[in-house]
Design a protein around this ligand. Structure first.
Ligand code: HEC
Ligand code: HEC
Ligand code: HEC
Ligand code: HEC
Length: 360
């Protein structure tokens, strides 16, 4: 969080809308960082319990080319109880707050921008119920929406999360009216060079993660467990061979190349059953569970994997083929994939065409 806010300070944002993931760090922490980095926090519906007043200004007004741009922020009040300490903050109704602020801003601003941490549905509802906003910038779910939605004269943009895309809005002001508004998003991919100061900040963060989670070398010649692909290979050689040819069997190597193999945040999807029974814990503990192996897709019904292998061992209860009557593993569906192939990490995921590439 500290690195994130330091990065945001470097980017010189005009306004930063507070939401549940900021508030979860607590009042003291936020205040200290706000002062240290001079961050322009805003929120029209987050109240400080100690004073019963808004924790940050409801809005701010920027002067751009002789015009006034009013920017205000609102955030979700519902479903955030798990993260927000009720002794520190109260999050009040965002729509009522927005209505009040827009009334005030309309008096003096040429353009009104809402930072709406409400999810896309909530942002659309805001545009519909609170007229007078020109641009709504939507957050919370983090999905990337290329083209603006429109409701009346309001454009709603959701450029995604984690700085992967930049939202760009262009419009003309004529007779105090926003006209010819177009919007698009620009991918901040490898074609756009890193800012050296930000790159340095990311390196510092990586170093800290590496210190907290050092990558210890695996013990030499560890025996592989029944959960490992190597245990499946013996009885399923052709499936194993096909799996070897997919990138799932190189997912760990990808992290090594990116110098991120130590990072638990990346390990969750580039290893097998991360943190679950039989799954990857650390490289030192079970190096045989790196990569996206068989059990990442074939989730066993029982954590006791001997059930499956013993069935087919010599002397087991079902020695040989059982013609499909045995089902020791859960059915594979799209849900199996999207825990890893989510919007953030696999934006072009399409179940049918991706399935065709991994089927054996
Ligand atoms: C001792 C041999 C043996 C081992 C080890 C073994 N399997 Fe199997 N497995 C079989 C046989 C034989 C069948 C065929 C059963 C049938 O005909 O229904 C089978 C069936 C399956 C099926 C389809 C039926 C079901 O239960 O859902 C899956 C999926 C499967 N194995 C995955 C795995 C995975 C993953 C591993 C490694 C963790 C593994 N197997 C290890 C012998 C083995
Ligand atoms: C445990 C996480 C995880 C699960 C579950 C998972 N994947 Fe993947 N998948 C990955 C990762 C990580 C990569 C990228 C590997 C790399 O490039 O290092 C990947 C890559 C792929 C690729 C590109 C591979 C190639 O060889 O071209 C396809 C296709 C794919 N996955 C399909 C699927 C499908 C279909 C499912 C569900 C049936 C699925 N994946 C389940 C993590 C997962
Ligand atoms: C939520 C699951 C998830 C997490 C967390 C995750 N990845 Fe991945 N990663 C994937 C999947 C799925 C793919 C395959 C994407 C595709 O082909 O659509 C992938 C692909 C990649 C690729 C190859 C494709 C590319 O984009 O260049 C790299 C490199 C990569 N991941 C690095 C990382 C690093 C570094 C981290 C940690 C900062 C990380 N991943 C965290 C799921 C994840
Ligand atoms: C990316 C996901 C994925 C991975 C990883 C994967 N499989 Fe599969 N596997 C599938 C899908 C999809 C099928 C098609 C049948 C189904 O839908 O259950 C399948 C089918 C099978 C079957 C036949 C099941 C049956 O019902 O007849 C076996 C056996 C099997 N896989 C073993 C393995 C083994 C062994 C590995 C590891 C070396 C592995 N699989 C890795 C997705 C995967």
């Amino acid at each position: 969080m500290r690195y994130l806010l330091e990065g945001m300070a470097m980017l010189e944002y005009d306004a930063i809308n507070l939401a549940e993931k900021d508030l979860q760090y607590g009042r003291e922490f936020l205040r200290n960082l706000q002062e240290e980095y001079d961050l322009p926090f805003i929120s029209a519906n987050v109240y400080d319990r100690a004073t019963n007043e808004l924790f940050a200004p409801a809005f701010l007004i920027k002067h751009v080319n002789g015009k006034k741009v009013g920017i205000f922020g609102v955030t979700l009040a519902q479903g955030v109880q798990r993260l927000v300490n009720p002794d520190e903050f109260e999050v009040r109704d965002p729509l009522a707050a927005a209505e009040q602020v827009v009334q005030a801003l309309e008096q003096e601003c040429d353009v009104i921008v809402a930072l709406a941490h409400l999810g896309l549905k909530g942002a659309l509802e805001l545009a519909e119920k609170v007229p007078g906003i020109d641009i709504v910038i939507s957050g919370h779910h983090g999905t990337h929406v290329r083209q603006p939605h429109r409701i009346g004269n309001t454009a709603i943009m959701q450029p995604g999360s984690k700085g992967k895309y930049l939202g760009l809005v262009e419009f003309a002001l004529q007779n105090g009216q926003v006209q010819n508004l177009t919007g698009k998003t620009v991918a901040l991919n490898d074609r756009i060079p890193d800012d050296p100061r930000l790159a340095e900040l990311v390196r510092r963060y990586d170093d800290e993660v590496l210190l907290a989670f050092p990558l210890e070398s695996p013990k030499a010649k560890t025996r592989f467990s029944l959960a490992s692909e190597r245990a499946c290979r013996r009885c399923h050689p052709s499936e194993h061979q096909q799996w070897r040819s997919t990138l799932h069997s190189h997912a760990w190597e990808t992290l090594v190349q990116k110098k991120q193999a130590h990072n638990p945040e990346c390990q969750t999807c580039h290893t097998t059953l991360f943190g679950q029974p039989n799954g990857f814990v650390t490289l030192k503990e079970n190096p045989d569970m790196v990569n996206v192996q068989c059990l990442a897709c074939h989730r066993p019904k029982s954590p006791d994997l001997t059930v499956h292998s013993n069935r087919f061992r010599r002397g087991g209860s079902a020695n040989g083929k059982t013609n499909g009557t045995v089902k020791d593993f859960l059915e594979i569906t799209e849900e199996t994939c999207v825990t890893c192939h989510n919007e953030d990490n696999s934006p072009h995921f399409d179940y049918e065409s991706f399935l065709a590439k991994v089927k054996h």
